[in-house]
Design a protein around this ligand. Structure first.
Ligand SMILES: [Fe+2]
Ligand SMILES: [Fe+2]
Length: 292
């Protein structure tokens, strides 16, 4: 699988499995203190769900913060492809928005009694796609991966969490994040819709081929939901994960929004998705047999 630009927003990005890599500590204690959220009354939430909520906000704080570099790197690819300057400015602002999301998550974590300090996830190099036929093909591969896939799934996930939020302060934070994620997703679809109709046969073929890597990455990344705990209703209200529900939201968004949207832009997404899901299911079956 060729490198795919990392998922931008959902909690838990890139939880590293390689402890030998150098880690960077993200300390947002000072930023969280600047405009704090009052300590949250968690009611009857169980100790395990409270711990899961804190872990989730801490992971999300780190992944939101790390997402800023993805938009920063995207600016370079867009410049190389000659994309309009107003779009460059929007994407540069998106980097700032992801940093702000990290601070919002830090505030919720502090209000839940946690310390907003985390190890940053693995910061993989941004793919430059040297094998692409043109700079436009190269940047569209990343735009599809980030805007059309990751950010679109993030919109569905954050919107679901907002609906299930308990304390008003948690709902407000999720609303603030959601507003930006919608912009990030729309950016992807806007750029793709604008340039897809005039792609050369070679550019289109290169993007079609890369879609397999993109959807495999989406399945691998969001497959982490399946290993997450399933919190109770009150725990979910303060941000504890319910892995099974999140996985269903991911699948529904891919099936009903992302794949049809890519097909509408003339890309062969359905074939890539069908094949990637079959491979993912076979690997899961193999893993579950091995665990028995
Ligand atoms: Fe974000
Ligand atoms: Fe985002």
């Amino acid at each position: 699988m060729r490198p795919v630009l990392g998922t931008a927003c959902p909690a838990g990005e890139g939880r590293t499995r390689d402890a030998s890599r150098l880690m960077t500590t993200l300390d947002l204690r000072k930023a969280a203190r600047r405009d704090p959220i009052r300590p949250l009354d968690v009611g009857d939430v169980s100790a395990s769900d409270l711990a899961a909520a804190r872990d989730n906000w801490r992971d999300r704080m780190a992944s939101e913060h790390a997402s800023a570099r993805i938009f920063g790197d995207l600016v370079g690819g867009m410049m190389r492809a000659g994309l309009p300057s107003h779009e460059l400015r929007r994407v540069a602002a998106m980097a700032q928005q992801e940093l702000d999301h990290g601070v919002l998550c830090a505030r919720v974590l502090a209000a839940l009694g946690g310390e907003p300090v985390a190890e940053l996830p693995r910061l993989d190099e941004t793919p430059v796609h040297a094998d692409a036929s043109t700079p436009l093909e190269a940047v569209l591969r990343n735009v599809i991966s980030i805007g059309c896939c990751s950010e679109t799934v993030a919109v569905a996930l954050v919107a679901t969490e907002r609906e299930l939020a308990g304390p008003p302060a948690v709902r407000t934070v999720l609303e603030q994040i959601l507003r930006d994620e919608i912009k990030h997703s729309r950016f992807g679809w806007r750029i793709l819709a604008r340039y897809a109709p005039s792609l050369t046969t070679t550019e289109r073929a290169g993007i079609d081929e890369y879609l397999s890597d993109v959807v495999e990455h989406q399945l691998d990344f969001h497959g982490q939901f399946l290993a997450m705990p399933y919190a109770g209703e009150e725990g979910i209200g303060i941000g504890a994960p319910h892995g099974g529900s999140s996985w269903q939201v991911f699948l529904t968004t891919m099936n009903q929004v992302v794949i049809p949207g890519l097909e509408q832009c003339g890309l062969r997404a359905e074939d890539a998705w069908t094949s990637a899901r079959a491979t993912f299911a076979a690997c899961r079956d193999r893993d579950s047999v091995a665990e028995r």
